[in-house]
Design a protein around this ligand. Structure first.
Ligand SMILES: *Cc1c(COP(=O)(O)O)cnc(C)c1O
Length: 464
């Protein structure tokens, strides 16, 4: 008996067929050959195992290769609809960018720009001049420096202020920010030694004073507990006390604020969040924060504060490894510009608008979506729920919302969630109480009809 594998057609013969001529007209030959080889390998394995039927037809091979070519075309990084209600969802790219900032980023990406060129003098300039004036204006700082992200800003900051020496941090602030970024480890990598001060729940200014008596400490570091809270028998030294102490004893004081709130927290319904300007007004020498948390811009790390330490951070060779890119700078500048008019910032910066969305408005949107789903045969009800600010910010703050709970029809809830996630565009929504909970707080109004379509297709039988 002859080996059936001998009947598999050769690559050249298949490529010369009419079925493949159409593919060759549309796609690079190399990609077709690559996928055809895998298709033939699969057929060969099937035949060897005896599971395959006869040798595949050329038409079957063409269909298989075409499917693989379509998958080739789907980008790895793509837009998703965020129906989780978590506004600064780190896994989903944190802050969506404001329209004005998006245009600025597209313009910066499109061609050349004066990134490091002084147009007045006609000579080489610095990328670190951009955004500085706006940041000074908005925070009251003497100086500002923009780098790649806030974790990098912290490393750059403490390395500049205290390399080879000690940095004093409260035991209540030796936190993990997320993604394995732990303050104690990061300090070591930043080339400084950690001096733990106080206890987990109580650290007083006197504890820092005692630590300073060792004479080894070059800087005090306060880390904003962005992602958890200590309640009960707790005490900490505040920014004003630490600033006064640092000034009296001639050491630096770095405040790692993380969140980067630039506007009145009351306008966002986030009482108790510290603005960057407040930290500086209370005396912090340098404040570090993110561009893509409560600031609502692109990923960036921002350092603002006194002229001399910020200048040294700019000159630190590490700064080069954390350098910010032109597209980011353009987006950050346009976002910061919106803050010149706080009303406009609240309207146009998506993260701020989402956080400030009133529950009655969310109820209206949820009710409309539920009615639209019902009209298309998908049962849906609206219930009260909670949204989160997210991004490791504002722990314990639950924003009141209303969620749409579509009935999964004949499918299981997890099957519907999977269909939503794997469709185009992918839709992400949490399953709670054995129902999908669609929170429109994080869905742009112009995405609503697409969301409706996706939910209908995921829930109704006989759809794909
Ligand atoms: C989020 C955060 C960081 C890290 O910011 P990235 O922009 O994610 O690098 C550092 N410190 C604090 C206190 C934070 O909240």
């Amino acid at each position: 008996m002859t080996d059936p594998r001998q009947h598999l057609p050769g690559v050249d013969r298949v490529l010369a067929s009419a079925a493949f001529a159409a593919l060759l007209a549309e796609h690079p030959r190399q990609r077709i050959v690559h996928h055809l080889r895998s298709a033939l390998d699969h057929a060969r394995e099937d035949l060897a195992r005896g599971t395959g039927r006869a040798s595949p037809h050329i038409g079957d091979l063409a269909r298989e290769v075409e499917k693989a070519l379509v998958l080739d075309g789907i980008p790895s990084l793509r837009p998703v609809i965020n129906a989780t209600g978590v506004v600064l969802h780190t896994n989903l790219g944190r802050a969506p960018i404001a329209p004005a900032a998006r245009s600025a980023m597209a313009r910066a990406a499109q061609g050349y720009g004066n990134l490091e060129f002084d147009l007045e003098r006609g000579s080489r300039g610095s990328r670190y001049v951009h955004c500085v004036q706006l940041l000074r204006e908005l925070t009251g700082a003497e100086a500002a420096l923009v780098v790649n992200n806030a974790a990098g800003a912290l490393v750059l900051g403490i390395n500049t202020l205290a390399v080879g020496r000690e940095v004093a941090v409260s035991r209540g602030e030796l936190v993990e920010i997320g993604g394995g970024f732990r303050i104690p480890e990061i300090l070591v990598r930043g080339g400084v030694r950690l001096r733990e001060v106080g206890s987990t729940n109580r650290t007083r200014i006197a504890d820092y004073e005692t630590a300073l008596d060792t004479g080894q400490i070059a800087a005090l570091l306060k880390v904003h507990r962005s992602n958890f809270r200590i309640e009960g028998f707790a005490e900490e030294a505040d920014v004003a006390e630490l600033a006064a102490l640092a000034d009296r004893r001639g050491v630096h004081f770095f405040h790692d604020l993380g969140t980067g709130l630039m506007m009145d927290p009351a306008a966002l319904g986030l009482p108790g969040e510290t603005r960057v300007a407040d930290s500086l007004a209370n005396g912090a020498h340098v404040v570090g924060f993110s561009g893509d948390k409560l600031l609502g811009g692109p990923q960036a790390g921002i350092l603002v504060g006194r002229r001399e330490p910020v200048a040294r951070m700019r000159q630190n060779p590490l700064c080069r490894s954390l350098r910010v890119d032109k597209v980011t700078l353009a987006g950050l500048e346009a976002t910061l510009r919106l803050y010149r008019d706080p009303g406009r910032a609240l309207e146009e910066i998506p993260a701020l608008r989402m956080i400030a969305s009133p529950p009655e408005e969310l109820l209206g949107r949820a009710t409309r979506l539920a009615a639209a789903l019902e009209a298309r045969g998908v049962e849906a009800r609206v219930s009260p729920g909670t949204s989160l600010v997210g991004g490791g910010t504002c722990p314990g703050v639950a924003l009141d919302t209303f969620v749409v709970k579509p009935h999964p029809g004949t499918r299981s809830v997890s099957a519907v969630a999977r269909r939503l996630r794997r469709g185009d565009p992918p839709v992400l929504a949490p399953v709670e109480d054995d129902h999908l909970n669609l929170d429109l707080r994080t869905v742009e109004p112009e995405e609503e009809s697409l969301l409706e379509e996706r939910v209908v297709r995921a829930c109704l039988p006989n759809t794909n």
